[in-house]
Design a protein around this ligand. Structure first.
Ligand code: UDP
Ligand code: MG
Length: 348
């Protein structure tokens, strides 16, 4: 038993010959998939190592599924994982990581915003001993000022109040060593804010700067509501600071209430001022009611999270897997589901 398996004793189905896995989540990306595959393979084939490309279809409704199926049947290096419906990028990434067999795994978006030409640089950083090679955006071409500055603000806020340190200006584009993938597989929460999980595992990390390109084709799958949800998810998954804030607000309001009451008593008894009660009463009720409802809502958010976690549902369901040109046989998929049950994995 070598040092790696001693430290990380999770069983994991793998093909020891695969050096590098590229994991790509796809949701309605048929416009870009051919171009993406072409650019990716041009880089990978020049490396002279065994590689696999894990394409995870996140319940696409355009021609993406068909295109992935064709690539997987024509090229033995392509592994296709079809999820049973759209579970979201975070779940699709988890599925990809759980199916990747390589010694190093690179996570990329399908839309070529993460240039495949950087792969050799990432590999050499990994060979020099990094377990995580994190790609940091020097610029974000093609993204609006509002998106850039709100992202900037969000990461500063999250880092200030959370238990983990998420490096600013990094996305999901990164290389993970087998050790880092093992580590991630041990985090089996249902609520998967990947950037937070990546930061939580620690391990030696190298940063490489790059220029983020605009989308090669197609449209972004995120709208502002989705991004706000993700931001809220990130904060409530990695910090209970909002609860403390609510407690602080409650304390302040109570203190103010006591002082105000004292003042009214003094005004009525000592100064003999007849109390004009109605406006002040309404103000107090409104402020108190607001603070209370806000705090209950916040509490409810955390209770809701606990409720979802307690159901222990899998993060995603797999409909089909095509590996090395063939559909994965039933026995294989069943055994994977069994061995990885605690890793939030399931196969239909
Ligand atoms: N994606 C996914 N499931 C979703 C939404 C997005 O797998 O529900 C994938 C999408 O196909 C792409 C990546 O996540 O490969 C990033 O999405 P997108 O480019 O739309 O996000 P942005 O770059 O605008 O943040
Ligand atoms: Mg994109």
């Amino acid at each position: 038993m070598n040092a790696l398996t001693e430290n990380w004793p999770l069983e994991f189905p793998r093909n020891t010959k695969v050096v590098l896995s590229i994991v790509i989540p796809l949701y309605n990306e048929h416009e870009v998939i051919a171009l993406m595959y072409e650019r990716l393979v041009a880089v990978l084939s020049s490396l002279g190592i065994r590689y696999e490309i894990v394409l995870v279809d996140d319940g696409s409704r355009d021609g993406t599924q068909h295109a992935i199926k064709r690539l997987a049947s024509e090229h033995s290096t392509v592994t296709a994982v079809f999820l049973s419906r759209n579970f979201g990028k975070e779940a699709a990434l988890t599925a990809g990581l759980e199916h990747a067999e390589g010694d190093a795994v690179i996570i990329m978006d399908a839309d070529l915003q993460d240039p495949p030409e950087l792969i050799p640089q990432m590999l050499s950083a990994w060979r020099e001993g990094a377990d995580v090679v994190c790609m940091r955006r020097r610029s974000r071409e093609g993204e609006t000022w509002l998106k850039r500055s709100s992202a900037h603000l969000f990461y500063r806020l999250l880092n200030a109040i959370s238990d983990v340190d998420i490096p600013p200006d990094t996305g999901d584009f990164r290389l993970l060593s087998r050790k880092a993938v093992y580590a991630l597989r041990q985090l089996n929460e249902r609520n998967r804010y990947m950037k937070g999980l990546f930061a939580w595992i620690g391990l030696p990390t190298t940063f490489i700067e790059y220029d983020r390109k605009p989308r090669a084709a197609g449209i972004t799958k995120w709208d502002y509501l989705g991004l706000i949800n993700l931001a809220f998810e990130g904060i409530t998954s990695f910090s209970i600071a909002p609860l403390r804030l609510a407690m602080g607000a409650g304390l302040l309001t109570a203190l103010f209430g006591i002082l105000f009451t004292l003042w009214i008593v003094v005004k009525a008894l000592v100064l003999g001022d007849p109390v004009q009660g109605y406006p002040s009463l309404i103000c107090m009720i409104a402020v108190l009611g607001g603070v209370q409802l806000l705090s209950i809502g916040l509490l409810g958010e955390y209770i809701g999270k606990t409720y979802y976690e307690s159901k222990q549902r899998p993060v995603y369901l797999v409909r089909d897997v095509v590996r090395r040109g063939k559909p994965m046989d039933h026995a294989a998929s069943r055994s994977t589901a069994k061995s990885a049950k605690k890793d939030s994995y399931a196969t239909l």
